[in-house]
Each structure stands twice: as structure tokens, then as C-alpha cells.
Design a protein. Sequence first.
Length: 196
Amino acid sequence: MNPAAERDRAGNLPEVRRAVLYGPGRGGKSATLAAWAGMFGAPAALAASRTVELQAAALPSAVASGDGFEYLTVPADAQRSALHLLTTPGRLSCSEERRLLLRGADAVVFTADSRGWRQDANLILLDELGAELAAAGPGDRAALLLQYNHRDDPEALPLAELEALLNPVGWPSVPTVATTGEGLPDLLALLLARLR
């Protein structure tokens, strides 16, 4: 059952918040989502166009994927709110899909690929994200976070260099290795804190 549709004991529907993982293809968005799903009892592998019901105690959540994006729904605050996590397609040709998935987002996690040779893709999608957020107007402000993924790769740039290149605004940032889960609990905790 979808936690967004479950009422609490007083009969109130929980608040539903939405966060979007945005960034270049093969940067770690799906691996991040899969690792977070694993934290809540889902299988670590997400497969296209299939839904997996989670069986974790008190965490009636679902993982699904299809049409170039994936999502995970988890209770975020003792069943008083639910958090929908979505990934965007990373292919540069999918800008319209990314724009639609951003609509109404409460938070955006830009999943940057730390490897030097991926910085052009990071910058293209950061520029696109900035344009989309500016077009949304001041009344639609999402919390922004930066995830520096692939930190275990020998070609990963130093964090200081990535911060200067990708984060001149100073968004909160977390280094991660999505395939091992390193840094992902911290990233999720930061995301939840920004949504409060």
C-alpha cells in the first residue's frame, strides 16, 4: 500500500514531499536509489518496468521503475509524512522528461560524477537544472543538495576542485560511493533535514 494514501490514527493523510535525483547518466542516481531502497528492505537491484513491494517492518514502501525514471516512496517522519524519491534520465536528449519530473519537487539532489572526464556532462546538466529552476519562479523553491559520487574511482577529482567547478553557490554537499553505500546515510539524513 502506498504510504501517501495511509491515514494516521486521527484520520489525517500524511504530508507527501518529493525529491528528485538529477544528473548525468551513469553518475550514480539509480545506484543511490537502489542503496536507499536496500536500507528500507527492498532488493538492491532495480529492474526496468517492475514494481517491488518492500516488507520492512513499519515501512510500507514501494520501488518502481519505467519510462526512464525510477522512484522509491518511504515514510520520512514517523508516518506523518512520506517522501517520494525519483531519478531523472541522465541522457542529454531527455531534457523534457527531466523538466516534467522536476515540476513540484521539494528538493533536488544533483548527483555529480566525480571523474574528471565527466565534468562536461555535469556542467551541461547543472546549467539545465539552473534554467529549469529559474523558469519555475521564486514561489517554487526546492532545497538543493550536491552529491559527489564515484569518490572511490582513481580518476575522481579532488573535492576542493569539484566544489570550485560545480558548487560556487555553496549548496550542502556529500561525497558518496553509491555502489558501496558510503556516504548515502549522511546524504539521506541531510535531505530529510532540508525538507523539514
